[in-house]
Design a protein around this ligand. Sequence first.
Ligand code: COA
Length: 177
Amino acid sequence: MNDAKNFPTVTIRPVNPADEPAVHAVIAAAFGQETEAGLVHDLRHCGALVLERVAETPDRRIVGHIAFSRVTGAGAGHRLHVSCLASLSVHPDFQRLGIGSQLVESSLADLRKAGEDLVLVLGPPAYYPRFGFDPVLAQKVHGPYAGNAFMAMALTEAGDNDLPVEVTFATPFEDFE
Ligand SMILES: CC(C)(COP(=O)(O)OP(=O)(O)OC[C@H]1O[C@@H](n2cnc3c(N)ncnc32)[C@H](O)[C@@H]1OP(=O)(O)O)[C@@H](O)C(=O)NCCC(=O)NCCS
């Protein structure tokens, strides 16, 4: 893990309340605007977050962040545990070093261990398929989002089989453009 691609070595760890300002700053820096940082804040404080992680350098600087929120399912997949990745951020000074990939892979491993069945994402179609997210699977997930940027990844057999599912996202997404 210490080759050039993965340098600097970061620790992926859960978020503490004291991290909130640094998390806000890294999301705003990555996206170049406040909107996504506001969404994550609202999701956290309405209790919708299923999993949230930061990437921290050895000198304790937070340089990356990822969050997943609860999605409610109805229809054939109403028993599925479904969550949505939003958002993923790496500070511009630390991008293309593998930190985004570490955040995604480590979080997916934790979600799998926790019994999550299906993970959704709305994001760059050139980035997320490398982790197994699939726009074709997402066609069986009916809700407010569609198209190639809307992708799904099953973490269990049920996540693949008990579809279609109609999904409702946490309330803060209603104000999110
Ligand atoms: C997307 C993001 C999290 C990737 O983080 P990262 O640490 O740079 O990613 P990694 O180092 O693991 O992977 C880099 C690869 O992702 C690709 N990549 C990065 N952003 C991309 C994008 N928007 N579209 C397509 N590919 C992208 C890079 O070209 C690079 O490809 P390569 O491995 O073939 O060279 C980071 O660029 C970022 O914070 N962007 C701004 C916020 C954003 O768009 N988030 C995603 C939507 S939720």
